[in-house]
Design a protein around this ligand. Sequence first.
Ligand code: IVH
Length: 686
Amino acid sequence: MTQNQPSERITELRHLLATYSYHYHVLDSPTVDNSVYDSLYGELKKLEAKYPELVTSDSPTQRVGSELLGGFKKVTHSTRMLSLNDVFDQAEVEAWVKRIDKLLPGRTHEFFADIKMDGLACALIYEDGVLKQAITRGDSFIGEDVTANVRTIKNVPLRLVAAHKPIQRLQGDTLQNDMSKFLVGRTEIRGEIVMLKKDFAALNDQRKKAGLPLFANPRNLAAGTIRQLDPRLVAERPLSFRAYDLLRDNPRDIPTNSFAYEAIRALGIVANPQASTFTSLSSVMQFVHEWDTKRNVLPFNTDGLVIKVNNRAQYVELGIVGKQPRAAVAYKYAAEKATTVVKDIVISIGRTGAATPVAVFDPVVVAGTTVRHASLHNADEIARLDVRLGDTVVIFKAGDIIPQVESVVFELRPTNTKTVDYRQLLAEQYPELEFYRPEGDVVYRVKGADSDLMLKRGVQYYASKGALDIDTLGEKNVVMLVDAGLVKDLADIYTLTVDDLLKLDRFAGVSANKLIGAIADKKTPPLEKFILGLGIRHVGTQTAIDLANMFMTVDRLQQASIDQLEAVDGIGKVIAESIIAWFADPDNEGLIEKFARLGVKPFYQKKTGKLVGQNFVITGSLETLSRDEAADRIRSLGGTFQTAVAKDTTYLVAGGKVGASKLQKAESYGTKIINEQQFIKLIEGL
Ligand code: IVH
């Protein structure tokens, strides 16, 4: 595979985005999901920010606002029709509030939030209560006069009516019930033109019956309809208007955004009933979460909420940066799909010996969580998707939980990629194992795998001296516990009770109590021992220590990307892949959760001791202690035990004569060569 150059990638992204955009805006027949477009657009923006010299004027990122098409009269807006900055999570909302607090020190402010409608913005201009003009947003300064079309929208009044409903909330305010002033002079009402979901469905139903092609989505149809040159055609399409803003020449007519909504309703125009005032950030966030889960019940499509400072004087005071006001943000709900690049395909071997391929990719946020890998299920699925290393893929969350690869964006495939040879992958990643594919099965399995045997070995390893060191949980006891069905995975040992054991022949009161006590004693193991105990392929004592030092919690290790793993000294591609594969296995994910549920809390202790930062290699055999003992001593003093001399090796301990090549290597790295006596001196501190 040849990784594309940034310039090449940028060109390809632009080309593809332009194609998607043409299908969406011109043909009214989108070929991909909006979130796929957004994700690729985001990648292009990031690349252009990194390589500003590559920005060209025809890049989709350089398009300002929506395009002004011909056919309609251009009208300059009384005040600009701005857009909003997007925020995606609570932290970003908090940062926004902090910025406001800084600009309005010591002043309290309320928030006003409404559902963000997915339609097209439009300004209705009333003179002395009569509809004079309807203008699209256009490029924010100048819009298009679509009055004739908007006049066909049934819920847009041609004449405003004062006080359909009195404004009661503003008690003590002189404006109470006094709507008449809005019928004098210029009143501008801004809002969104939408097609309600039920109207869209009914329209498509009719078209289906008539054998006509179906419309793609309500937003597109609304936008396309409003730009029709023939208002009779517009009248046949059921559009609706929902207001979100009210403007008067005298801004004091409208003290707050909540007042604006009340006034809009009193004038006979729809504003969302869900919109509300909030006094704290936490209540705003509650509203955000409430509508994230309930948004399906809304009559129109939404992709988030709009949150504003309620007081209009403060709103104005906060000012504008670029094209966005500081006093409002759009909270966008998480995209259900996103694109990313496949960096690797690793294979995980489950408890039963089944091999599962897992795609590893650049971390990407899908439906609100960061996703680093996704199961590809089996060889057939890899072939069906034709996914290759370096491919850009669309990720989605099945049932909103499990990330899946939906498809490959073939247009962005790098040159010289090869079809994945699954058998070859298996052979490369598991050279010591043999695989077979049972008749009629899509899954490859390890030959001779016996899940009970694998489990027994696993538990024994977890309890062994080097790992958790659980007293009396040796081979015989493990075999008995597994055979009795009391232990079905590693975590099950923490569920055992004395009564469970007493039912087995091998145990009496004393021995049962002893084992249960020994297991309970190891509920808060050192993190590195716990990592080692999991039995992840290629993760030995030193790697487990290095991982613990780097990530400090199981959770962070589990979340680590392949790049972060490879950044750990001594961890290369093979080990990193093996760790990713282990955590990608749903059984293991469940196991980690189960450990936590059962109160197993590995802890990390910062390295201390006089050998911190010093790396040791031992060659030959020592006379006074074994290699393992020497390694233990080094580690207990905070040092690192390495298996081969590397650039960062501090000491090479020579047990006997050192070979010429090793000597040369050590010398070239500046590694000190010491004998056993000097080593003992060093560790004993003499
Ligand atoms: S308030 C400065 N409220 O979303 C603009 N806008 O990205 C303040 N929109 O341009 C707009 N529903 O076209 C507001 N309830 C709502 C909205 C809403 C949809 C659109 C509007 C605006 C864009 C902001």
